[in-house]
Design a protein around this ligand. Structure first.
Ligand SMILES: [Mn+2]
Length: 290
């Protein structure tokens, strides 16, 4: 049923695009990286790792990719800058939406999310953005562009309501804004104190339709060192899966992205983690029966 085995395709399988329910868009982009670079190599490393991964999910009892997954060629960085990159991503995601398929973006820089959300906004799709991240990303502008990875959630909030979890690094201005506007930002401290209560509060804020953006730096650097701006005190693997599952259950997830994988040569565990996370999220959000 699955297409021919091939590297550069998620899980080494390829369903023809016109039969796929999910289209994976790998985007090699890190133009706005401010500290560690190399996120442009993230998509290739994730896809390579996914080739060695067991596609059957032993907890779920099925193979998430059986729903039909098509991986596009890796989109290369557009040198003309962040705004052009956001436009390109919006176009690619829009094409997937117009075919009635679910877009999954692999980054690359977190600013890709702005383009993805714009595609939904342009089509009048209403949704809530669920962000899992160490950073609030609420800066209006950063290093001369409003399309920086540090501005993702500022742009997202112009389009959609947002729920932010796992946050443990904010600027003074971001801190003030979160307080004064009473934004739905759940710091990691609260996730640790009482995750059931945080999940209940977040569920009440999420609508029935969700777009999820996962910045890998939400995880602890001990298991995810391969990211541009690692922050200590992050989630463990099982904690992240618990939140993803709790917050998406019963909701329609119309798309998601996994960003900021910046592979470390010779250290393949983070690449494998990222690949496995995509498979897990697919399994949680789209059961084979629809
Ligand atoms: Mn981040």
């Amino acid at each position: 049923m699955n297409g021919m085995e091939s590297r550069g395709r998620f899980g080494g399988i390829q369903t023809p695009r016109d039969q796929a329910r999910v289209v994976i868009l790998p985007v090699a982009y890190d133009l706005t990286a401010s500290y560690g670079t190399g996120a442009r190599n993230g998509p290739q490393a994730l896809l390579d790792a996914s080739f060695h991964m067991e596609l059957f999910d032993e907890r779920l009892g099925f193979t998430p990719t059986d729903i039909g997954v098509h991986t596009e060629e890796i989109h290369d960085q557009i040198a003309t800058g962040p705004a052009a990159m956001v436009d390109a991503v919006a176009g690619a995601v829009g094409g997937v939406l117009d075919e009635g398929r679910m877009p999954v973006l692999l980054g690359g820089d977190h600013s890709l999310t702005i383009g993805a959300l714009r595609a939904f906004a342009e089509r009048g799709i209403s949704l809530t953005v669920l962000q899992l991240d160490a950073h609030a990303d609420l800066r209006e502008e950063y290093q001369g562009t409003p399309f920086s990875h540090a501005c993702v959630m500022a742009r997202a909030r112009e389009m959609f309501p947002c729920v932010q979890l796992g946050i443990r690094s904010v600027s003074a201005a971001e801190y003030s804004r979160i307080r004064s506007e009473n934004l739905a930002v759940f710091p990691i401290r609260r996730l640790r104190e009482d995750r059931e209560e945080v999940a209940r509060e977040a569920q009440a804020l999420l609508g029935s339709t969700v777009y999820m953006t996962i910045d890998l730096d939400v995880l602890d650097p001990s298991i995810m060192p391969a990211t541009g701006t690692p922050e200590p005190g992050g989630l463990r693997w099982d904690e992240l899966l618990w939140f993803v599952r709790s917050l998406t259950r019963g909701r329609r997830v119309v798309g998601f992205d996994l960003v900021e994988l910046a592979p470390i040569p010779g250290l393949h565990a983070p690449d494998f983690l990222a690949a496995k996370l995509v498979n897990k999220v697919l399994g949680y959000t789209i059961p084979p029966d629809g």
